[in-house]
Design a protein around this ligand. Structure first.
Ligand code: TXA
Ligand code: MG
Length: 341
């Protein structure tokens, strides 16, 4: 199959392919998603195949209006309505209890809930409206790899496996949406993202749970995606905290091979780099670092020769919570210390 690159002017053609049961990747402000008509079970099943995604990991349902959500779900709480008003369209995904039999098992993974997201990207809102149905959309990467933040990343992973990708340039945020479970009495963040716990609490005047239970391979986790290896480049990533840069670079300089390094300009300005270190800059701060994190991991994957990457750690607060969540997964939770390598 030849995968077409649609411009953001070719929405009708992309929507026609979706209506026809084909898969089309789409931009959002967070990362690119892999779209299929949520009401077409055969098409939804192909999403799992194209990504190599385990079939018990449910998909986010993307909508372009609130009404589509209310027709599928049990009555929404006041807190849910407030959050929709505050953060939709935007980078907050919310999990609600479904009415019986409204979405196929392929979408929900057999759960009685579904995750809903009203993205902020105008091109994609036009695409969903043109489709006229809700659209499933996991991140448009091969399962286990970093999420795509450009159409080229999508084509790198899925070219030949999907009908097309709508190219709307690089995504703004760079890490995926916050996933908030609203199907329980106390709302719980299952995946940190651009919308922070503090912002959510300020709107609903209620505390949200953020410490999500870690699960073993045989358990059914609350967010099924949590148990799988994620965001992993071919190289080993080592997270470097504030005080550890000098020893990390001393170690790098002693290696007989090229070492990758991902850090902000400010960080780099204070470092003496050995000649065998190849740099991918993460901009100025945690916002730009989140925007560029997946691109950096993919950059070193494409190089092929880099087997070790040193990456800058940030305090896990605000957007740093989402950044560190992704970075820890890509590193298999490995931090640089001289004794570890
Ligand atoms: O920013 C994003 O959220 C992107 C863009 C494309 O919208 N999408 C995305 O989808 O990251 P995905 O499938 O890669 O991640 C969705 C996460 C998974 O960890 C999945 O297990 C969880 O949400 N999830 C989906 N439905 C759920 C449900 N009903 N209950 C609990 N977790 C759910
Ligand atoms: Mg994903």
């Amino acid at each position: 199959m030849e995968t077409k690159r649609f411009s953001n002017q070719e929405i009708e053609a992309a929507a026609a392919a979706l209506r026809d049961g084909q898969l089309v990747a789409f931009p959002t402000e967070t990362v690119y998603g892999l779209g299929a008509d949520a009401t077409n079970e055969t098409a939804v099943k192909q999403v799992y195949q194209a990504k190599g995604r385990p079939s018990d990991n449910p998909l986010i349902v993307h909508v372009a209006d609130v009404e589509t959500v209310t027709t599928l779900t049990e009555p929404l709480s006041e807190a849910a309505k407030k959050l929709m008003a505050a953060f939709w369209p935007g980078s907050l995904t919310m999990i609600f209890k479904l009415k019986p039999n409204v979405l196929s098992k392929a979408v929900t993974g057999g759960l009685d809930t579904a995750a809903f997201r009203f993205p902020a990207n105008k091109t994609t809102l036009a695409l969903i409206k043109a489709l006229g149905r809700p659209m499933v959309g996991p991140s448009a990467n091969t399962s286990g790899k970093p999420s795509p933040t450009t159409a080229d990343h999508v084509l790198h992973d899925l070219s030949g496996k999907i009908a097309g990708v709508v190219d709307d340039g690089p995504t703004k945020v760079g890490v995926e949406s916050t996933v908030l479970d609203m199907s329980t009495d106390q709302p719980a963040i299952l995946r940190p993202g651009a919308v922070t716990p503090e912002q959510i609490e300020a709107v609903i005047k209620q505390t949200v749970a953020t410490e999500v239970h870690k699960v073993g391979a045989k358990e059914t986790p609350k967010a099924p995606g949590m148990k799988y290896k994620h965001y992993a480049p071919a190289a080993q990533v080592y997270i470097v905290n504030d005080g550890d840069w000098q020893s990390a670079l001393d170690w790098a300089g002693q290696q007989p091979v090229q070492i990758g390094l991902m850090a902000t300009k400010e960080r780099l300005a204070g470092l003496q780099l050995p000649t065998n270190v190849e740099v991918f800059e993460l901009g100025q701060n945690v916002t730009t670092a989140s925007h560029l994190l997946f691109a950096g991991l993919r950059h070193f994957d494409d190089e092929g020769e880099i087997k070790d990457i040193l990456a800058e750690g940030f305090p896990a607060s605000g957007l740093g919570l989402a950044y560190m969540n992704r970075l820890k997964k890509s590193a298999g939770n490995v931090f640089f210390t001289t004794s570890q390598i």
